[in-house]
Ligand binder design. Sequence first.
Ligand SMILES: [Zn+2]
Length: 315
Amino acid sequence: MSELSKTGVHFSADYERHDTGPGHPESAHRYQVLSAALAALPPEIRRMESARRATVAEILLVHEHSYHDLVYRDTESLADFLRTGDTAICEHSYDVALEACGAMLTALDAVMAGELAAVFCAVRPPGHHATANRGMGFCVFNHVAIGARYLQARHGLGRIAIIDWDVHHGNGTEEIFIEDPSVLYISLHEEHIYPYTGSATNRGRGPGLGMNLNIPLPRHSAGMQALAAWDAQVGPAMDAFQPEFVLISAGFDARLDDPVGGLCWDDETFAEMTRRSAGYARQWSHGRLVSVLEGGYNPPGLASAAVAHVMALGQ
Ligand SMILES: [Zn+2]
């Protein structure tokens, strides 16, 4: 049984070094507001410090070598954007992306060692739009995808489930695992918005057929609608798959009043999705769960939804 004292949270001012420029929604300010709220969590929630940066070899578990080198070179040349797409960068972005990924890997190791049951990693830049060879949508390296591969390569696990409730479809994660039967990718997202992927008809390809579950939701729909779709589709898929580890792409831009997303979920929606995810983890995965921050662009809303998420991890 998971409990609050086995719940961890990771955040660090280091991630504020990723400077996306004035007026950008994925801003250091957003992160500062979130960090202040996480710092005020009850002391039973354990703060996890990162042990290390991700290595290049770990990035290459998912990304092509040429893409890794492109991120390094674009950062070194002080470009404003990755040349592959709409991801603003600064001179520190390569380092910060490696630190973010390394923190998630630290969390995976801590959970696999039984030191913690569930950890929320509040990191940036986000990751779920990054494909094997293309950064886009504010994302550089795909943390959850690297995490899934790392659990398989380093810890010998087989079946990994990734639940993505960011308001945007995680096209990068989907593309990386589209033919892979060992990774179940589930995305709940707003339909007809960026990146314009995530059709319910895309169920995977080849050996991965049936391992990709997209649940597009109509603009302005509330959390009840998402939870009803969850009951009908996510629960049965998780029970059939029986994952050995649960990863969450935890975006909070589906929350009411987000300036980017158009859904109307409240904090209780995120708490309920968290309790359900932790329930699957307890049932199938010895309670092992790590969630990683993706979007969420109304700073106070992001903070309150993320706090609800962390508090529900141990419930
Ligand atoms: Zn998003």
